[in-house]
Write a protein that binds this ligand. Structure first.
Ligand code: P6P
Length: 320
C-alpha cells in the first residue's frame, strides 16, 4: 500500500498528508544525491562551515536542509521550521495559515557519508500554539515531545525506508526504486520487549554515571544457560541506523552525558523527541536517564539531553 492511501485510510487530516508528501518528495531528492556520493556531484567532504552546534557541516547536510526547506515552504501547510542546520527557526510568511510547524535534523550521522554508512533524516511535527495567520512565536517550537502530532525518520541505507508514527502505531515504508513510491512493509512494528544488543560508544565509559557503568558491566557479564554471552555491542555511529536495528531486533541505544558533551550530544527537539515518539508507539521507551523524554519542557531550540531509547525490559533494567 502506498503512503497517501495508508494515511487516508487512517483518517489522517489532509493538511498533515500534505506534510508527509513534502517529506516524501524531499527524501527522494536527498536519496538520489546520497546514492551518487562521490560521482561527479561534489557532495563529499566538509563544506568548510559550521552549524550552531559548532559541528563541521558536510556538504550533503546543507544540501539536504535546503531540499527539505524548499518542499516544506511549498506544501503550504507548515507555518515554519526549526532545523539543526539553521541557527534560528524559520517562518514561512507565505503559509502563516498553516496549522503545523516541523523540526528536523536533515541529515543525522552525516560524518558517515564519506564512508558509505547509513544516514538519516529525523523529523517531528507539532500543531502551532500561536494564532493561525499570525507570526510564529518561540512557544510554537518549544513544546514537550508528548504534543507531537507526527514524527519519523528516513533511513538512507541498503534500502531507503520511511519510519513514522502519527500517534497510533509505528509503521515502516520502503521506497520502491522502480515506482518511486514508498510502500508499506511493516504496520504497527513493535520493539521486542527484551533484546540482546546495546548501542553505546564505550570510549566514554569513564564518563558514565555509576548506574550506567553498572549496566554496561551487566551487559558484558550476563551469560546464557549455555555459558555464551547474553549481549553483543552494535554501534554504527548513526542514531537512525542503530535505532532501526533495535526496533526490529530488540535493543537499547544510549548516549549519556560525557566530558565532551556534559548535557549529552543529541538534541531534544529533532532527535530525542521524535525517536522517543516512535519508540513509545512501538511499545518501547525513551528517557534522559531520569525522566520520560516526552515530558521535558524545552527551553532552547537546540538544547541537548542524555538519551536512552529501546526495548522496555532493557530500558527498565538500564534505568533501575
Ligand atoms: P559519537 C551522529 O553525529 C550522532 O548524532 C548520532 O547519529 C550518533 O549515534 C552519534 O552522534 C555518534 O556520536 O560521539 O559516538 O561519534
Amino acid at each position: 500500500m502506498e503512503l497517501k492511501k495508508f494515511l487516508e485510510d487512517k483518517g489522517t487530516e489532509s493538511a498533515l498528508i500534505e506534510v508527509f508528501k513534502a517529506i516524501e518528495d524531499a527524501s527522494k531528492v536527498v536519496q538520489s544525491e546520497v546514492s551518487r556520493a562521490g560521482l561527479g556531484a561534489d557532495i563529499y567532504g566538509a563544506k568548510g562551515s559550521e552549524n550552531i552546534q559548532g559541528e563541521e557541516q558536510q556538504k550533503l547536510d546543507v544540501y539536504a536542509d535546503e531540499c527539505f526547506i524548499k518542499e516544506f515552504r511549498a506544501c503550504g501547510q507548515l507555518a515554519g521550521l526549526a532545523s539543526e542546520e539553521q541557527d534560528d527557526a524559520l517562518q514561512f510568511d507565505e503559509s502563516l495559515n498553516g496549522e503545523y510547524v516541523i523540526m528536523i535534523d536533515p541529515l543525522d550521522g552525516s560524518s558517515n557519508i564519506d564512508v558509505n554508512v547509513a544516514i538519516g533524516t529525523i523529523f517531528a511535527v507539532y500543531k502551532r500554539v500561536s494564532e493561525k495567520g499570525s507570526g510564529l512565536e518561540e512557544g510554537d517550537f518549544l513544546q514537550a515531545g508528548k504534543h507531537q502530532i507526527a514524527a519519523g525518520y528516513v533511513n538512507y541505507s541498503v534500502s531507503t525506508q520511511l519510519v513514522f508514527s502519527t500517534g497510533s502505531g509505528t509503521h515502516i515504508f520502503t521506497l520502491d526504486p522502480n515506482s518511486g513510491e514508498y510502500r508499506l512493509i511493516n504496520e504497527n512494528v513493535k520493539f521486542p520487549a527484551d533484546g540482546k544488543v546495546y548501542s553505546i560508544n564505550e570510549v566514554n565509559l569513564d564518563d558514565f554515571d555509576d548506574n550506567l557503568k553498572r549496566y554496561a558491566q551487566i551487559c558484558k557479564d550476563k551469560r546464557k544457560a549455555d555459558g555464551k554471552r547474553m549481549y553483543t555491542g552494535r554501534y554504527i555511529g548513526s542514531l537512525v541506523a542503530d535505532f532501526h536495528r533495535n526496533i526490529l531486533k530488540g535493543g537499547i541505544y544510549v548516549y549519556p552525558a560525557t566530558v565532551d558533551s556534559p548535557k549529552g550530544k543529541l538534541r531534544l527537539l529533532y532527535e530525542c523527541n521524535p525517536m522517543s515518539f516512535l519508540a513509545v508507539n512501538a511499545g518501547g521507551k525513551g528517557s534522559d536517564g531520569t525522566q520520560d523524554i516526552l515530558e521535558i519542557e524545552p527551553t532552547e531550540l537546540h538544547q541537548r539531553c542524555p538519551f536512552y531509547v529501546g526495548s522496555p525490559v532493557m530500558m527498565d533494567e538500564a534505568l533501575s
